[in-house]
Write a protein that binds this ligand. Structure first.
Ligand code: GMT
Length: 378
């Protein structure tokens, strides 16, 4: 029987794939008997039930008039150091190189303890911040001084080497979903409640509506789809591009066919009434929402960008298309939505792929092995 560990986890706790993965990982590790200490600015949003071995340590940032900006990173490092010492943590697993890995390194020094640091890269820290020369050294420092570094796709590993050039091995550990939650359900009332007719196909897009998600491409694709087959589009989430998207929906006369659902929980119910997910981003290190949809039997069409082709298998669980190639994306979508046999095949292959490659227990075990390996090194 393996040692039960005391693990600190830091992530951005707000809605977003990295926060979801960090929180789900903490929950799974707690179920395996480890003590989990979340150290973050607010309660991770998926931490919605009582676990006796999950603790939450809130980072408080005081506003002092002498500071132009609130010193969040210092407050986080101080809280990490306090928890490392009081709870005698074995390791800190931080999500994002900056600021979290850098804070963890500082916290380790402040605590004077030999706590191990594992950093998981999720994308934005590399694919956006990595282009800012004023931050490259800090990102490289966070990576090189961590004991172990993982990234959520092979594509993100390569991009990290290209942009940051760290002298450190980085291992791919894919994201996962809890297949007890993400599975095909039968929420028969939902279609009716949303006014979706029997003959209408349902397309779904879930994101934080940042420009990189290219939601206007989703709308333009949908406009082509409804020329060929009756359909509704579910837009789930909210963010900076929402007003651009609303305007485009009006201009293309799609009001009534596009349902703006805003931020939602229980996405498995929405996936369960969907026939196709569109993820047409220009940057995407993994694409957790595609994985969630696939687990519920929803085929996906994604762009040939970042880690998306590692999640969606072209011609097997969905299609991979060039970024911005609306005509091809729409024509593949129409094929999939109008060919029942093809749709059934893609749907069952999607569920199978998640089961074979992205099952929670497989991935959680990979992280556990990494934890034990660094602790064994001493
Ligand atoms: O996509 C976002 O804008 C949110 C971002 C985050 O920090 O949560 O998502 C990143 O991490 C997710 C979990 O690993 C990945 O599934 C997303 O692909 C990745 N986003 C980008 O690379 C843009």
């Amino acid at each position: 029987m393996k040692n039960q560990l005391k693990i600190g986890i830091t992530c951005y706790p707000t809605v977003g794939g990295s926060g979801v993965v960090a929180t789900e990982l903490g929950k799974m590790l707690a179920e395996k008997g480890h003590a989990i200490h979340f150290i973050s600015s607010s309660l991770p949003f998926r931490l919605n039930k009582m676990y006796h071995n999950i603790y939450y340590h809130q980072v408080e940032v005081n506003q002092y008039s002498v500071f132009q900006y609130p010193p969040y990173d210092i407050a986080l490092a101080s809280k990490m150091a306090e928890v490392i010492k009081r709870e005698e943590l074995d390791l800190l697993h931080v999500h994002y190189a900056i600021p979290h890995a850098v804070c963890a390194i500082l916290a380790k020094q402040m605590s004077g303890r030999d706590v191990k640091i594992i950093t998981t890269l999720h994308g934005t820290d590399i694919t956006v911040l990595g282009y800012d020369p004023s931050l490259t050294d800090a990102i490289r420092f966070g990576i090189e001084k961590s004991d172990i570094v993982t990234a959520v796709s092979n594509s993100l590993v390569s991009q990290t080497y290209d942009l940051i050039k760290p002298d450190k091995s980085i291992e791919t550990v894919y994201n996962f979903i809890d297949e007890r939650v993400y599975k095909k359900l039968n929420p028969s009332h939902l279609k009716e409640n949303y006014g979706i007719q029997e003959d209408e196909r349902v397309i779904i897009h879930v994101s934080n509506f940042r420009a990189v998600k290219r939601v206007p491409d989703v709308i333009k694709t949908f406009a082509r789809i409804v020329e060929e087959t009756p359909a509704k589009l579910l837009l789930v989430g909210d963010g900076p591009e929402m007003s651009v998207v609303c305007k485009l929906v009006g201009e293309l006369n799609l009001s009534g066919k596009v349902l703006f659902l805003g931020k939602q929980d229980n996405l498995e119910e929405l996936y369960s009434i969907s026939d196709l997910m569109l993820l047409l981003s220009e940057k995407e290190s993994f694409g957790l929402v595609a994985l969630e949809a696939m687990a519920c039997g929803v085929p996906c069409i994604g762009t040939n960008v970042g880690g998306i082709p590692e999640v969606i298998r072209d011609g097997e669980t969905g299609f991979i298309c060039q970024l911005g190639d609306i005509e091809t994306i729409a024509s593949k979508a129409i094929t999939l939505l109008t060919n029942d046999q093809l749709h059934r095949d893609f749907s069952s292959h999607s569920v199978q792929l998640v089961e074979d490659k992205f099952r929670a227990d497989l991935i959680v075990e990979q992280y556990e092995e990494l934890y034990y390996s660094i602790l064994k090194k001493g």
